[in-house]
Design a protein around this ligand. Structure first.
Ligand code: AMP
Length: 285
């Protein structure tokens, strides 16, 4: 497995691989890998084929963290991440320094202006600008045929699809399903912040998604409004005082606009805090 730290050397290597007609699949991550990331790496391998190139980037991108957010505290374990990538047969990892990714003076950003204004973008106003900027840079450095993202960050995935189309990146965006712990909690590097009690209650987000699905299955002919389904599912939060809901929404999966009534394919989006830890989850209804 190759490890690149300089953007220039990664780019030259990838350009060479492309010239040699190797399929290239990219998996951008912030490291502290868990089984969810591994599932994306396997999806990338499938897309690239056994002789193709799978590239995993391990980079805690500072521009997607707001003031006062957890950039410094974000969990990191490079040694373990490298071992996981090696054992998954990854061809190359990219572990750049901040100075090389954002050489001073740095002044160029990529901004998606429609989908990124809502939901996560409200509590975290500069977050998606950081995401679209780093992902564009990684696309330009690695020139992949395919890039793989997780549905766990559903809004992010939709914004990346939009950006890819808008900027004519010749890249196929693949999405992998959310991997969950046994009790339903969506896997996330940030789960490492949770206290035992918070961890116990954090499963409520998945329970709310499951309850919404159950209600719809239970009575498929009844017309559900979003507000009614919202109040039914929110009742679960009464038993979880450590979880503070930020938003719950039922949205069109393409526009991310709130839907008044529930139909098949509507996405339920959830964001909450356990102490200072932000938890997000989503599911298709
Ligand atoms: P992160 O390291 O949190 O920036 O995530 C890197 C990629 O992994 C993103 O495309 C995420 O959506 C995806 N991801 C994070 N958690 C999960 C999960 N539980 N299941 C599947 N994919 C995930």
């Amino acid at each position: 497995m190759k490890r690149f730290q300089s953007p220039g050397s990664l780019q030259s290597w990838c350009l060479q691989k492309r010239l040699e007609n190797n399929p290239i699949a990219l998996v951008p991550t912030m490291g502290f890998l868990h089984a969810g990331h591994v599932s994306l790496i396997r999806k990338a391998r499938k897309a690239a084929g056994p002789t193709g190139i799978v590239i995993v980037t391990l980079y805690v991108n500072p521009t997607q963290f707001g003031q006062g957010e957890d950039f410094d505290a974000y969990p990191r374990d490079l040694k373990r991440d490298l071992a996981i990538c090696r054992s998954e047969g990854v061809n190359a990892v990219f572990t750049p320094s901040h100075g090389s990714m954002y050489a001073s003076p740095y002044s160029t950003y990529v901004n998606e202006t429609l989908l990124s204004r809502q939901w996560e973008g409200i509590q975290r106003p500069s977050h998606f600008r950081g995401v679209t900027t780093i992902v564009s840079k990684l696309f330009l450095l690695t020139q992949p045929h395919v890039a793989v993202f997780g549905e766990k960050d559903f809004q992010q995935a939709m914004i990346i699809r939009q950006m890819t189309r808008d900027l004519h990146f010749p890249i196929r965006i693949l999405l992998g399903p959310t991997l969950r712990e046994k009790d339903g909690l969506a896997m996330s590097s940030r789960n490492a912040y949770l206290t035992e009690n918070q961890r116990g209650q954090a499963t409520v987000l998945y329970q709310m998604i499951q309850l919404a699905r159950k209600e719809l299955r239970f009575d498929p002919h009844r017309k559900w409004t979003s507000s009614r389904l919202g109040s039914v599912t929110q009742k679960l939060l009464q038993a979880t005082p450590l979880i503070r809901l930020d938003y719950m929404a039922f949205v069109d999966p393409h526009t991310l606009q709130q839907a008044k009534t529930i139909r098949k394919g509507i996405r339920m989006l959830l964001a909450a805090y356990a102490g200072k830890t932000r938890l997000i989850d989503n599911g298709s209804l």
